[in-house]
Ligand binder design. Structure first.
Ligand code: 5GP
Length: 189
């Protein structure tokens, strides 16, 4: 029997509040070849987030145990918390031929792109920084202190936008979704 064609790995990044998650939900609905890697994190769940769906919510001890056992493809610290990509799921899905998206921040993106140079990288940009701040505040999920940290991190991330192969501006949501779907088609056909 012929072996299944391996899927592609996508690094999918963008500042907090830019709408990555909203775009991602639609990508999953509209393209069956896409799988999202569910990360582990030490941050607290937001209202409506479910363990195992948005993230595996773990303690710092558990996270550090997973690091020591080599359980992560990559991990990073972001705004006082750990975030990491469990390795097994990603390889399993790629081997089954799925295109796996890693929704990760800057440090993780750098690490993955070094380790897996064949990965395709996409960065989602807001129309402006003011608009990003408005979205982050309207979301109402973070304290003022966390918003300030995320905005300052957003500027750093946006200064590195050129590091990614593709940038997509999330001005019009439907257009942004279609832009990402076009990238997936182009890179996987
Ligand atoms: P949030 O707390 O808003 O869900 O995520 C904060 C940041 O961490 C976002 O930029 C998100 O993409 C990133 N992130 C989520 N999971 C991972 C991961 O497994 N590894 C890395 N490096 N970043 C992640």
């Amino acid at each position: 029997m012929a072996e299944a064609k391996k899927g592609k790995l996508f690094v999918y990044a963008g500042a907090s509040g830019v709408g990555k998650g909203t775009i991602m939900k639609e990508l999953l609905k509209r393209n069956e070849s896409i799988r999202l890697s569910v990360s582990a994190t030490t941050r607290d769940p937001r209202e409506g987030e479910v363990d195992g769906r948005e993230y595996f919510f773990v303690t710092k001890d558990k996270f550090e145990d997973m690091i020591s056992k080599g359980g992560f493809l990559e991990y990073a610290q972001y705004c006082d918390n750990y975030y990491g990509t469990p390795k097994d799921y990603v390889d399993e899905q790629l081997n089954k031929g799925y295109n796996v998206f890693l929704e990760i921040e800057l440090q993780g993106s750098k690490n993955v792109l070094n380790m897996r140079p064949d990965a395709v990288s996409i960065f989602i940009l807001p129309p402006t920084l003011d608009e990003l701040e408005r979205r982050l505040r309207d979301r109402g999920t973070e304290t003022e202190d966390a918003i300030e940290k995320r905005l300052s991190q957003a500027k750093v991330e946006m200064d590195h936008a050129k590091m990614y192969q593709y940038t997509v501006i999330n001005d019009d949501l439907d257009k942004a979704i279609n832009d990402v779907l076009d990238i997936v088609s182009k890179e996987t056909c």
